[in-house]
Design a protein around this ligand. Structure first.
Ligand SMILES: [Zn+2]
Length: 202
């Protein structure tokens, strides 16, 4: 019976000595501290674990709500494609006299050429974007003014009356598109989903 207690005491008294022996051979201070950390670890480690993950979080830039991540270059490229596409649609429809055949095949005035104010609005909003990155904005003024002047010429009554040269107006739309895009090629209007949309137009 006393032997058990004696053994227990002996074991307890040997524990600190074993720890000392364990640390002593390490002359490397880093290794020593690592070992000490390991030795002291059982309770401290689980609490310390979440800490290393924390510094990684601020690395990713948080998205700023209400602010576009697009650059002015990306924005103006988008505006140009949209404007170019609208001008191209107008150019096509003006060349048809802003008329589509009814069920009996009679070419009947329609109102889809009447998007001058929409185009003008888009052109006007492009001006500050272009200027912000030092691009010339003259073409946007030209498009806006042309589109505003077009508006009264393409109402259904005006088309019915027939006092305007729509072929000529179509040519003007084409010229403005070429000036804007630097080319008459429809390829310039392609962008993401644009190609599919353009191709789907009869
Ligand atoms: Zn139409």
């Amino acid at each position: 019976m006393f032997n058990w207690i004696g053994l227990a005491l002996q074991t307890l008294s040997r524990l600190p000595l074993e720890k000392l022996i364990k640390f002593k051979p390490s002359e490397n201070p880093l290794r020593g501290s690592a070992e000490m950390a390991t030795a002291a670890a059982p309770v401290a480690a689980p609490a310390a674990l979440p800490a290393p993950a924390a510094p990684a979080a601020p690395a990713a830039a948080p998205p700023t709500p209400g602010q576009s991540a697009l650059s002015s270059e990306e924005l103006i490229a988008y505006q140009n494609r949209e404007l170019g596409r609208e001008l191209w649609l107008l150019e096509r429809h003006l060349s048809q006299g802003c008329r589509i055949p009814d069920r009996k095949g009679r070419r009947t005035p329609c109102d889809c050429c009447a998007k001058g104010s929409f185009i003008a609005g888009m052109a006007y909003e492009s001006i500050p974007i272009a200027e912000r990155i030092g691009l010339p904005s003259k073409i946007y003024h030209e498009i806006a003014q042309w589109a505003e002047k077009l508006e009264p010429k393409v109402t259904v009554p005006a088309i019915t009356e027939g006092g305007h040269d729509y072929k000529k107006l179509s040519g003007e739309a084409s010229m403005l598109r070429k000036k804007l895009m630097g080319t008459i090629s429809l390829k310039a209007l392609d962008g993401e989903e644009k190609e599919a949309q353009i191709k789907s137009i009869p």
